[in-house]
Design a protein around this ligand. Structure first.
Ligand code: PLP
Length: 465
């Protein structure tokens, strides 16, 4: 069970046996992978993608209910993006944005700023989510230092939240098991209680306010002079699509303003249509000072992330005559920028934000029907970001025992994969099956995915409970 908790992937290892002997054995270091079991057992080899589906080396087709890793929002195999990439490479394959700029990267920054809410006008491009979070924490520190508050170095994140793996981002991450092998962490991070309405005994609004008050309690305990920011996801991924009542974010905004803290919205997953809008914060009606993003920005055709900061923060540095002495060789890569621009054009032209909302509703309705299965405790999420939490008893919300979890996770991920469904089985906070399908998934695909899950959970319910 612990391994499942740590594994961020489809957890389908074991679907292929050792005899398939693919070339990478003994050489490729899989990310978050267990090298021993990789070498011993083999893993699927995915060779092709089209629309909302991927195909393995044997030609088997899978519905990618996770968009790879919450990334491929416009689906696989987009010739338009390939053409944009190719054209950019012919024109200018790369030039750093350290002392010069290029038109494609400039156009992307302008496009992102035009879509981002409020005065979030300054776009710092990175290569992924961890770099974006890392950049945000550094900017928070410099912003406060420039204004004479050099001790406001700390940051409040939430329990169980995942914010990345570089040392700063890992320190912000609220998952102890991921941190343990790499101690000591960067000091200054406090974890506030995450919103988990399903397990709370009060109503969702009261629970959300109590969780916001936990942030306030930490600020009052440790001193606002030591804390520079609060970082939250619009819908917390880790724990299985934890959704907060909007009052939570409104209250966080107030608390941040009262105590001179910046509010960082980590939208590595929750932007670019995933929740039915360009950015997740607008779905819940709050205005952050910084958005961090990645994944769906390019639909993962090429790696790219961004930290989008308010004009006010940028201007504070400019007025103080300071530069942000931070950057990455590949930040703002023109080829990635070309892919991102084309990806954004597709999201807009094909009205995929709207599709995420409407198809999200269809999918949610289909998942809601699974509540009839005894092991299904909760169904939650927004648009095309949904999860099911599993329990031993629906009425009392009693958790599955370690033994039941071991049985469940020993079979469920593999069974779903063998039935052609990619999704994510996680056990952080509570055991959940999670979906983030491409925004181009058809209604049939989504209903079929729910049906496959239903069959597997019905069998699991019978055998495990
Ligand atoms: C909310 C959030 N922040 C940060 C990250 C880290 O992103 P990356 O893996 O691109 O570094 C992730 C990755 O899943 C994430 O979900």
């Amino acid at each position: 069970v612990a391994q499942v908790a740590a594994a961020p992937t489809i957890s389908a290892a074991g679907a292929h046996d050792a005899t398939d002997g693919h070339r990478a054995h003994g050489h490729l270091w899989m990310h978050f992978g267990d090298l021993a079991s990789y070498d011993a057992g083999g893993v699927p080899v995915i060779v092709r993608g089209e629309g909302a589906h991927v195909y393995d080396r044997e030609g088997r087709k899978y519905f990618d209910g996770l968009s790879a890793l919450y990334c491929v929002n416009v689906g696989y195999g987009r010739q338009r993006i390939a053409d944009a990439i190719s054209e950019q490479i012919s024109q200018l394959s790369y030039f750093p944005i350290w002392q010069a700029v290029n038109p494609t990267t400039e156009a992307l920054a302008e496009r992102i700023a035009s879509l981002a809410p409020g005065d979030l006008n300054r776009v710092f491009l990175t290569s992924g989510g961890s770099e974006s979070v890392e950049s945000a924490w550094k900017l928070v520190r410099q912003y406060h230092a420039v204004r004479g508050n050099a001790t406001k170095t700390g940051i409040i994140s939430r329990t169980d939240a995942y914010h990345g793996t570089s040392m700063g981002a890992l320190s912000i991450t609220g998952i102890k098991s991921l941190q343990e092998p790499f101690l000591p962490l960067v000091p200054g991070v406090r974890n506030a209680q995450t919103v988990d309405a399903y397990h709370a005994d009060e109503d969702p609004r009261a629970h959300a306010l109590a969780c916001a008050d936990d942030v306030l309690r930490i600020i009052e305990r440790d001193g606002a002079e030591n804390i520079g920011a609060v970082i939250v996801e619009p819908v917390q991924n880790s724990g299985g699509c934890l959704v907060a009542d909007p009052v939570y974010f409104a209250r966080l905004r107030e608390i941040c303003d009262q105590h001179d803290l910046l509010l960082v919205s980590d939208e590595t997953i929750c932007s670019w249509g995933r929740l039915g809008d360009w950015f997740g914060c607008t779905v819940f009606g709050y205005q952050p000072d910084i958005i961090t993003t990645a994944k769906g920005l390019t639909s993962a055709y090429i790696p790219m992330g961004a930290m989008i900061a308010s004009e006010r923060i940028a201007q504070t540095l400019v007025d103080a005559g300071q530069r942000f002495s931070h950057g990455y060789t590949f930040g703002g890569h023109p080829v990635a920028a070309a892919a991102a621009l084309e990806n954004i054009a597709i999201l807009e032209e094909e009205e995929l934000l709207e599709a995420a909302r409407t198809r999200g509703e269809v999918f949610r309705d289909a998942l809601e029907e699974l509540r009839a299965i005894p092991i299904v405790g909760d169904v939650r999420g927004r648009a095309l970001f949904q999860a099911i939490e599993m329990v031993a008893d629906q009425a009392s919300r009693t958790a599955l025992t370690e033994g039941q979890l071991a049985t469940l996770y020993g079979r469920l991920p593999k069974e779903l994969f063998e039935r052609g469904l990619i999704c994510r089985a996680m056990n952080r906070g509570g055991p959940a099956i999670q979906f983030a399908p491409p925004l181009v998934s058809s209604v049939d695909d989504l209903r079929r995915a729910a049906a496959i899950l239903g069959e597997a959970l019905t069998e699991a319910s019978r055998d495990v409970l």
